[in-house]
Ligand binder design. Sequence first.
Ligand SMILES: [Zn+2]
Length: 263
Amino acid sequence: MLRLSPLPALADNYIWLLADPGLATALAVDPGEAAPVLQALAAQELTLTAILLTHHHPDHIGGTGELLARFPDARVYAPEDDRIPHAHRRVHDGERIAIESPAAQFQVIAVPGHTRTHVAYHGEGLLFCGDTLFSLGCGRLFEGTPAQMLSSLDRLASLPEDTRVCCGHEYTLANAAFAQRIEPHNEALRMRQQQARTLRDAGEPTLPSLLVDERAANPFLRVDVLSVDAMAAPPELLTEGAWLSDRVARFAALRAAKDGFRA
Ligand SMILES: [Zn+2]
């Protein structure tokens, strides 16, 4: 039985730890710093056997070297990108990777948009999606086009609805404020926002979330089903009071509106 833990790191990152308590082994996803991982491994008496990296940003890979110094046998999986050092295995779209211990298999999904080589790992009912999909939001477009990011999100949204979404940051409440502006009458969104508030007030992570809930409330997964509320919508999303008709244009406008949004 695998045990999943989000380890808060840096300002608002999560490093994901997936452990097999029986075998006393664990893998870590996107260790932006080493300390929280080393602390969790020590507390749970685990050996680190693998590190999965989603993209090259320092807040996702910064702790890798230090973890390898402590666990030299750990294998590092990363996308093809010179900006990511320490990789033992470069992963590509559609590839399956099998970790022996903890016993876990993942499919690699290329998700360009936030960065051009960003990948996600899907398996064991989990999706490690870095900075591509957030709860109620999505990553900024640093290196990709809106069309690329939308197609990446389309792929993630088509995974099984009970997939647990393990994102790279605790952004849910800030994202909820923007999502409310887009869909003020979305009941699923209102409930998710309330649940996230309760969790944060108790000092708990709002993640992982369920993919089915993201489909119901995350505006970036809803460009095809958003309903018009011209009073509430940012004007850049509308032409003559109607949503932009092209879905890529709608996504691009949505992303641009979020970039400029202050709650
Ligand atoms: Zn990033």
